[in-house]
Design a binder for this molecule. Structure first.
Ligand code: BES
Ligand code: ZN
Length: 401
């Protein structure tokens, strides 16, 4: 850690100016505060403050420098804390505090892992034109027709077999492709991995979780169609596979598509796979997680890049891919606030991951993890998920160089 100052009340008291609005040209600085004080701080300082990231009860907040004395005073008054926050030189310095227990996560967030040039228009545009929403909706319908896809029990095994068979059929004419189960020792549902072998062994991954859960009743016998969470992500991956396999595209890097088992019970499938990849020193240069792609939450934004447990540079790259290849699609940032899906497993191993999501979190599909997670909630079509399939194709082909 570079410099880490505790902002003391004494300092704040001497520095407090007469009550006056914060100057417009005030410099932005980064602080860390306990997350329980965050809502209060947000309500008080409104647009002068932006939450960057929260982990393990600590939040990184970007705030106008001139607001600091006020913050210090208010923290003392309302939370009986002296100072109550730490001031950091820059966001990296603040993240070192958040991730000081875990060098791999810091590495995964701030490192640049690939060449993020965007110049493959002639290759990508014809492929994107092949994306068909009807294919995606057919896959969602099929996957959500299993009673559930729970990681234990018969239905979860049957749905895994359906995914493997479907992906195998899509690549039957490609000598460079193989589809395998990744077996897990603690439960029956296997993960599914499709490999398109490139000239290099460097790996790019586009993936989602295949399992579903009923949050109230759990278990292997309850109804959990999981149309949005996450048949939509697997259907999106499946359409990307179809378009790539049908093209004459020969990858440079090795491309892997994955359907993880046992996400809903603690990211278990992806944890095993990412741990094995790390142990085998596989050079994964990019991971895109597709978990919930077909529910349009807000008209303001189509795709929301989750900022936490993800790689900053790759997130910006994916945004630029959307701007270039999926014009008219509006994207922005949000956060889960915790390791909400399998991208967090790769992130924990030091790999660059991203999680482009279907809606702002506070505008999300409220039917997930219930018997009502059906495609009808998303209007009975897959026009929203199609944007993700196009983005995914752009991501893979531009990263593959
Ligand atoms: N698809 C969800 C994650 C999600 C939900 C992301 C809402 C953004 C908004 C995922 O399948 C899930 O349910 N994850 C678990 C966490 C996991 C560690 C068990 C969750 O969010 O409770
Ligand atoms: Zn879920």
């Amino acid at each position: 850690m570079k410099t880490l100052k505790t902002f003391s009340l004494a300092l704040a008291m001497t520095a407090i100016p007469a009550i006056s609005p914060i100057a417009q040209d005030s410099r932005a600085v980064y602080i860390t505060i306990d997350s329980d004080a965050l809502t209060f701080t947000e309500n008080t300082f409104k647009s002068r403050l932006e939450e960057i990231e929260t982990k393990d009860g600590i939040s990184i907040v970007k705030i106008d420098e001139e607001a600091l004395p006020w913050l210090s005073l208010l923290m003392h008054k309302n939370f009986n804390r002296c100072g109550g926050f730490m001031l950091h030189e820059d966001v990296q310095d603040a993240e070192e505090l958040l991730y000081s227990q875990d060098g791999a996560q810091l590495f995964a967030k701030n490192n640049t892992f690939a060449n993020y040039a965007i110049d493959q228009d002639s290759l990508i545009k014809p492929m994107i034109a092949e994306v068909k929403a009807d294919n995606i909706s057919a896959t969602i319908t099929k996957l959500s027709s299993f009673k559930n896809r729970y990681y234990k029990g018969e239905f979860g095994k049957q749905s895994a077999t359906w995914i493997k068979d479907t992906w195998t059929a899509l690549v039957k004419n490609r000598a460079d492709a193989k589809v395998e189960f990744f077996a897990h020792s603690q439960w029956d549902q296997p993960s599914v991995i499709l490999t398109l072998q490139g000239a290099s062994d460097d790996v790019i991954i586009v993936a989602g979780h295949q399992d579903s859960i009923n949050g109230s009743f759990g278990g292997a016998t309850s109804t959990a169609p999981g149309a949005d969470d996450n048949a939509s992500g697997i259907a999106t991956v499946t359409e990307i596979i179809r378009v790539l396999a049908d093209s004459s595209y020969q990858p440079q890097k090795t491309i892997k598509f994955m359907a993880y088992a046992a996400e809903e019970v603690g990211l278990l499938g992806s944890k095993e796979i990412s741990t094995q990849f790390k142990k085998n020193k596989v050079n994964v240069i990019g991971v895109m997680q597709l978990d919930m792609t077909n529910f349009q939450g807000t008209k303001e934004l189509d795709i929301v890049m989750m900022r936490d447990y993800t790689n900053d540079d790759q997130n910006n790259f994916i945004g630029a891919i959307i701007d270039r290849y999926v014009p008219g699609v509006k994207w922005g940032f949000d956060k889960c606030g915790y390791g909400c899906s399998d991208h967090a497993s790769w992130h924990a191993q030091g790999y660059p991951a991203s999680m482009p999501f279907e809606a702002r979190k506070n505008d999300m599909n409220r039917n997930i993890h219930t018997a009502r997670d059906l495609m009808s909630v998303s209007g009975g079509n897959a026009s929203h998920a199609s944007k993700f399939a196009k983005m995914g194709i752009g991501y893979l082909v531009e990263l593959d160089r």
